[in-house]
Design a protein around this ligand. Structure first.
Ligand SMILES: [Zn+2]
Length: 129
């Protein structure tokens, strides 16, 4: 859905997080992660460390490749949204759009794809307004 910029009322197009007029950045209130295998989704609205326990609700058998602590999701206003970062001691790193995630973390965008090494436990990202 298009959204109104709170600073100048500009209607900003769906899928765009920044007002083209004033540069206001809308921070998504949360994320939904959708399993490619089960089609189920889970929603995250607070900073959290996710692993095999938290991901169990997705009913995705490939969650067996996920470590007990796998990744952190954090809302970072200065970066304009939600950041994913691998936990250093996870056995298999999570990839973003089939590429390794930088140690400093990466900003998640609508439609991004997460996976274990680009192969397993494939999730798609939806931003929650
Ligand atoms: Zn604006």
């Amino acid at each position: 859905m298009p959204w109104p910029c709170p600073q100048d009322g500009t209607e900003v197009a769906d899928g765009t997080g920044t007002c083209p007029l004033c540069g206001y950045v809308r921070i998504p209130s949360g994320l939904a992660l959708v399993s490619a295998v089960s089609g189920k989704e889970m929603q995250v609205r607070i900073d959290v460390t996710l692993g095999s326990g938290g991901f169990r609700q997705l009913d995705d058998p490939e969650a067996r490749y996920v470590s007990a602590e796998q990744c952190q999701l954090r809302k970072v206003a200065a970066m304009g949204g939600w950041i994913i970062q691998n936990v250093p001691h996870a056995s298999n790193p999570m990839y973003l759009n089939d590429a390794p995630i930088e140690p400093a973390g990466a900003l998640l965008q609508e439609g991004d794809r997460l996976s274990i090494k680009g192969l397993y436990f494939r999730l798609s990202v939806r931003l929650l307004s």
